[in-house]
Design a protein around this ligand. Structure first.
Ligand code: NAD
Length: 456
């Protein structure tokens, strides 16, 4: 029995309406208009789900989405133009072109931590590439999920873009059982990512997996400590630490550890005041389950900053821990909350041995004033992307492909990468009929020398 009735989406896609570039541009504009119309409701939903203030909600959710829509509107013609590539001697006088075509009907599965932009940015990339889309928002951010249905429902017909809400562990397997999607784009935890990858593999469906991981921040002795503290604190405590590219922990050169922690203390107070629970720039934990998990991580080490929490308000103050060892529980899995362990290191080998306990982080941040040293750090690890003397901001440049490596994910998106992610690159060799030499055809005997020459 068909529960979701998605066949009309296949028919809509096959009617090829969305292949037309001006159609895609119109849809991107319709999405933008619907978002702008609902700006106030988006603030309300994000405040309900995550306690986000207006300014933070605009900068990290609405603004990032609008940047991506505007870039797609500006660049779509260029991105979708066939690309002429060289033709090797064996194939002359043919010509070679790559054509980008939409994959079909794609499934986008979004998480709760940036429930608006992590739904919208993949969605608009899929639209720009000419696909039909089913969006499954996170049930853990229910106010945003309901609003997404409204915004999208007002912008698009149901057979073109649809929102299917509900509990992921039930809805996603049911969707994938009922309908063969042409691509699955998943953002969320590594454990669920694995199960989605398995389900997709059984039908050879291509996937993009945007996962998590423990992203380290390294502070070298020559770093500008004030800048390092400000940028790490912002990346860590925005959205109350529930950011996939947040610095998970800090490794600071032992000789500057005390001075660095002192700077952290000052900047945290400057950012959120003496009472962070009253700050409009500081969010809340998504739910009681996550709150309890985070609080259980506080029972080790020394709380140097913060530590206050209130279950009834799902509030945990920006917290800095020291006295943590690599073997402690907090160092074994992604923290995904406002708790920042600061560990000392003596030399790079020492620091790398700690980082290697959680390989393939989504992000890596190095703070140093020495360009050569910064590059050496970047070269010494496998990670998705990162910054030198900054944290989390790589996510905000739409000209970067954003994604992980190994355990932190497969594939990338944002800007042109989103277009490529949701496109099939069709390589076409065009061969004229006026030249058709006999040596290409059997019998081949006696042509070994010629073939070797052609291949060389
Ligand atoms: P999650 O895996 O619980 O949920 C993500 C989505 O998967 C939701 O829509 C949910 O309904 C669905 N889902 C849940 N269980 C499922 C199941 N058994 N089968 C199929 N679908 C299921 O992830 P989360 O807790 O919402 O997100 C937190 C994690 O996501 C963190 O690890 C974080 O680092 C990572 N993350 C990564 C990125 C990135 O861009 N790489 C961005 C945000 C979050």
């Amino acid at each position: 029995m068909s529960i979701f009735a998605l066949e009309p989406m296949r028919n809509y896609f096959q009617a090829a309406v969305s292949r037309d570039l001006s159609f895609r541009r119109q849809q991107l504009k319709a999405l933008k208009n619907s978002i702008v119309r609902h700006e106030e409701s988006i603030y309300d939903a994000l405040r309900k789900d995550l306690g986000k203030g207006k300014e933070e909600a605009y900068a990290t959710e609405i603004g990032l989405t609008l940047i991506e829509i505007n870039l797609a509107l500006q660049s779509l013609r260029k991105w979708s133009r066939p690309v002429r590539v060289s033709t090797n001697i064996l194939n002359l006088p043919s010509s070679s072109r790559i054509y980008y075509e939409p994959k079909g009907v794609v499934l986008v599965i979004a998480p709760w931590n940036y429930p608006f932009q992590l739904s919208m940015i993949p969605l608009l990339g899929a639209i720009a590439a000419g696909n039909s889309v089913v969006l499954k928002p996170s049930e853990l951010a229910p106010a945003t999920a309901t609003l997404l249905e409204k915004i999208i429902g007002e912008a698009f017909p149901k057979e073109y873009v649809r929102v299917v809400p509900g509990e992921g562990s039930i809805v996603v397997p049911a969707l994938m059982k009922e309908f063969r999607f042409d691509h699955i784009f998943y953002t969320g935890s590594t454990s669920v990512g694995k199960s989605i990858y398995k389900m997709a593999a059984s039908d050879l469906i291509p996937v993009t997996l945007e996962l998590g991981g423990k992203s380290p921040s390294v502070v070298e002795a020559d770093a500008n400590l004030e800048i390092a503290a400000r940028r790490i604190a912002l990346g860590k405590f925005i959205n109350a630490g529930q950011t996939c590219v947040a610095p998970d922990y800090v490794l600071v050169q032992e000789s500057v550890k005390t001075a660095f922690v002192e700077k952290l203390k000052q900047v945290i107070t400057r950012f959120y005041g003496e009472q962070p629970s009253e700050s409009d720039s500081y969010g809340r934990i998504i739910n009681a389950k996550q709150f309890d998990r985070l609080i259980s991580l506080l029972n080790k080490g020394e709380t140097l900053i913060g530590g206050e929490h209130d279950h009834s308000k799902l509030f945990i103050a920006p917290t800095v821990l020291t006295g943590i060892g690599p073997e402690d529980e907090i160092m074994r899995e992604e923290i995904f909350g406002p708790i920042l362990p600061v560990l000392g290191f003596v030399d790079r080998k020492d620091a790398l041995s700690i980082i290697d306990l959680n390989p393939n982080p989504l992000a890596f941040y190095i703070f140093t004033e020495d360009a050569k040293r910064g590059k050496e750090w970047i070269d010494s690890l496998a990670f998705g992307g990162g910054c030198i003397n900054n944290a989390a901001y790589q996510f905000t440049n739409p000209h970067f492909s954003f994604g992980g490596i190994g355990k932190s994910g497969i594939g990338g998106y944002h800007g042109k990468s989103s277009f490529l992610c949701f496109s099939n690159a069709k390589s076409i060799l065009k061969t004229p009929s006026w030249f058709d030499p006999d040596f290409r055809y059997p019998p081949f005997k006696g042509r070994l020398k010629l073939f070797k020459w052609l291949i060389k």
